[in-house]
Design a protein around this ligand. Structure first.
Ligand SMILES: *[C@@H]1O[C@H](CO)[C@@H](O)[C@H](O)[C@H]1NC(C)=O
Ligand SMILES: *[C@@H]1O[C@H](CO)[C@@H](O)[C@H](O)[C@H]1NC(C)=O
Ligand SMILES: *[C@@H]1O[C@H](CO)[C@@H](O)[C@H](O)[C@H]1NC(C)=O
Ligand SMILES: *[C@@H]1O[C@H](CO)[C@@H](O)[C@H](O)[C@H]1NC(C)=O
Ligand SMILES: *[C@@H]1O[C@H](CO)[C@@H](O)[C@H](O)[C@H]1NC(C)=O
Ligand SMILES: *[C@@H]1O[C@H](CO)[C@@H](O)[C@H](O)[C@H]1NC(C)=O
Ligand SMILES: *[C@@H]1O[C@H](CO)[C@@H](O)[C@H](O)[C@H]1NC(C)=O
Ligand SMILES: *[C@@H]1O[C@H](CO)[C@@H](O)[C@H](O)[C@H]1NC(C)=O
Ligand SMILES: *[C@@H]1O[C@H](CO)[C@@H](O)[C@H](O)[C@H]1NC(C)=O
Length: 305
């Protein structure tokens, strides 16, 4: 029927309109999508991971009727939700009772694909759902790259009470950390997780040089550099996650995937928009839906229509 066609053609229409550099993957959700669209192979995201064992992706996502983010032109925001059923089971015998998880993963990002090679810029925007607030006594991973060996996260955006950070630190921050296997972990950038605001990120990942650079803006403001490219070990390829991974509370936990405390009656969510990755070879980085940085005018012009 018509849905498959509509989904594909809308997704393709946004490519020419909404940014200027070659796309590696596009996780922007075509207008007209429904929760059921997220259970189909035409979804921009995988349909099997990462969410509660007995749930479907269509039960996890909501499509709030709000204004899209910086890079959403004919595309719409998508919310992921957490409930008591958000217990992910990587296998029948490995049930992550310590976590509550709901994450989107770009469909083409299989762990060894080119999205984690060369020079790439990851784009995403996020905002709070004030009707489904987080419990800031817990730590949340929001956006992260997990390496193909499942041995580290090469970068991770967190909020809440973050393990390893000073006691008394404001939990209502967005904190972008570098590789979590580094001791101590580097905080690359942080900003207040203000409500009723789109928080737009660009993360320039130079996999040939092991550097990470952060760009940030709010609402409709074009992205701006907020760090230089800094050393950060981003080797090991892997998969990007966009959502909420809620960690347990508790002292002296030895396996947070299975131990610790999670309250019951959870009704939480976080809204994403403008998820895509572009090829930044030659310096092409999109700063808003209509402009790329001038670092490589040839590439920027070549892709402008
Ligand atoms: C979405 O919001 C707009 C503006 O508030 C409103 O006009 C429209 O009817 C809403 N659509 C739905 C499906 O609720
Ligand atoms: C999923 O459903 C099965 C069968 O009812 C149940 O045994 C299991 O505990 C459920 N898993 C979760 C994470 O709730
Ligand atoms: C992952 O994707 C890459 C490139 O798209 C492909 O070459 C590779 O075979 C895929 N790997 C698996 C395990 O599917
Ligand atoms: C928030 O989390 C803390 C620590 O797990 C828990 O004690 C508290 O009851 C939770 N609050 C709500 C409103 O669920
Ligand atoms: C947040 O960034 C500011 C400005 O760079 C810095 O002074 C502060 O230490 C950072 N806080 C955290 C928690 O990373
Ligand atoms: C990135 O850093 C890691 C750790 O030092 C190293 O093993 C890897 O070879 C580096 N990759 C590149 C492309 O320099
Ligand atoms: C942002 O950083 C890039 C890479 O270091 C640099 O080429 C560019 O000039 C910077 N942009 C601005 C406006 O400073
Ligand atoms: C956690 O470990 C510390 C240091 O060993 C100990 O003082 C504390 O009592 C432990 N807490 C719990 C809840 O077991
Ligand atoms: C711009 O990008 C093109 C294509 O990737 C590359 O051949 C060229 O060297 C780049 N120019 C600059 C100035 O980086």
């Amino acid at each position: 029927m018509g849905l498959k066609f509509a989904f594909t053609s809308l997704a393709m229409a946004t490519v020419a309109m909404a940014q200027n550099c070659p796309l590696q993957f596009d996780g922007r959700v075509p207008a007209g999508s429904t929760p059921a669209s997220f259970d189909l192979d035409t979804s921009p995201f995988g349909t099997k991971f990462v969410f509660g064992q007995n749930l479907t992706m269509s039960q996890v996502v909501q499509l709030p009727n709000i204004t899209g983010s910086l890079f959403d032109t004919n595309t719409i925001p998508v919310e992921v939700t957490l409930s008591d059923a958000s217990i992910f089971a990587p296998s029948a015998t490995n049930i992550q009772t310590g976590f509550r998880r709901a994450e989107l993963q770009p469909a083409s990002n299989n762990g060894t694909d080119p999205s984690t090679l060369g020079l790439k810029t990851l784009h995403f925007s996020l905002r709070k759902d004030t009707a489904r607030p987080f419990n800031l006594s817990h730590e949340y991973q929001l956006v992260f790259l997990e390496d193909a060996a499942f041995s580290t996260n090469q970068f991770v955006l967190k909020t809440g009470t973050i393990s390893g950070q000073p006691v008394g630190q404001n939990p209502d921050l967005l904190v972008l950390q570098g590789n979590v296997n580094q001791d101590p972990v580097d905080n690359l950038f942080n900003v207040s997780f203000a409500q009723d605001t789109w928080h737009n990120f660009g993360v320039v990942l130079d996999f040939d040089k092991n550097t990470t650079q952060v760009l940030y803006s709010t609402d409709n403001t074009p992205l701006a550099n907020v760090t230089e490219p800094v050393f950060n070990d981003i080797s090991g390829q892997g998969q990007f996650h966009f959502g909420a991974l809620k960690k347990p509370t508790g002292d002296n936990l030895t396996d947070i995937t299975k131990q610790g405390f999670q309250e019951s009656g959870i009704n939480e969510g976080v809204i994403y928009g403008g998820i895509f990755e572009e090829d930044s070879t030659g310096g092409c980085v999109s700063l808003s839906a209509g402009t790329a940085s001038a670092a490589n005018a040839t590439v920027a012009r070549r892709w402008r229509r």
